[in-house]
Ligand binder design. Structure first.
Ligand code: NAP
Length: 247
């Protein structure tokens, strides 16, 4: 019996990278999985991996930026699974460039996916969790939302916004039995970070006390903890997963 037996987890950006690792980790501990992403083909790979662990999985093609699309997806998930016990807001993008060169589109798209997407899913799902009088929300922020980064004004602002949203939602929802926490990963090896040059990667390694990049599973393990009753007295917290890069 896993700790999430009988529970439904909704993970956004679940087609690959950190989202897929989170889905597989929660399934390995007994959760059924509602998987949301833009890419239906890749979602079916994650669904197959979850089913191979003996759990129910279903993919939903949804753009987290669309308030109506998210509301429709959450309603469908509630009808299909009967409850939504865990929400992991993981979908995210980067559009890095220096401030003076950052276009309105670069700014808007990153804020819309990372911050508005988190708002959309948190709002739609918390209505269901309030009726259940139980739920755990885990938002994937970033250390960049804590410390900032040259070339990432849009991304840093979006992730700082996610942290502030997490804390505010935690205060609003605590009395209804709903916890909201965030994780702030450092450099995790995924497609998002594969795009960086070797020079940038070496500079990152130089400032990571543990001298290695993180794996998606390093994030998934902490998300599982924040989703579980093992963290039942924690809400509004931000746990950093960065090999000591940020302390
Ligand atoms: P990734 O490999 O690029 O995966 C992100 C997933 O989100 C993709 O499947 C992507 O789909 C999906 N997505 C993007 N825009 C979407 C939208 N509008 N609606 C629905 N889904 C959308 O990235 P990752 O590295 O796993 O990152 C996951 C999260 O961790 C992000 O929030 C990221 O900011 C955060 N994070 C990552 C790192 C790191 O070092 N990798 C560090 C700190 C925080 P498509 O592929 O179809 O676009």
């Amino acid at each position: 019996m896993g700790v999430f037996e009988g529970k439904t987890a909704l993970v956004t950006g679940a087609a690959r990278g950190i989202g897929r690792a989170i889905a597989e980790k929660l399934a390995s501990e007994g959760a059924d999985l509602a998987l949301c992403d833009l890419d239906a083909d890749w979602l079916s790979d994650t669904a197959a991996a979850v089913e191979a662990l003996g759990r129910k999985a279903k993919g939903y093609t949804v753009d987290v930026r669309s308030t109506q699309g998210v509301q429709d997806a959450v309603s469908a998930i509630h009808a299909d699974f009967g409850s939504i016990d865990i929400l992991v807001n993981n979908a995210g993008i980067t559009k890095d460039t220096f401030l003076v060169r950052m276009s309105e589109e670069d700014w808007d798209s990153v804020i819309d996916v990372n911050l508005k997407g988190t708002f959309n899913f948190t709002k739609a799902t918390s209505k269901i969790m309030m009726k259940q009088r139980a739920g755990a929300i885990v938002n994937i922020a970033s250390i960049i939302g804590l410390i900032g980064n040259a070339g990432q004004c849009n991304y840093a602002a979006s992730k700082a916004g996610v942290i502030a949203l997490t804390k505010s939602a935690a205060k609003e929802l605590a009395s209804r039995g709903i916890r909201a926490n965030a994780v702030a990963p450092g450099f995790i090896q995924t497609k998002m970070t594969d795009a960086l040059s070797d020079d940038v990667k070496q500079k990152m390694l130089d400032v990571i006390p543990m001298s290695r990049f993180g794996q998606a599973e390093d994030v998934a393990n902490v998300v599982a903890f924040l989703s579980s009753d093992a963290s039942s007295y924690m809400t509004g917290q931000v746990l950093t997963i960065s090999g000591g890069m940020v302390m």
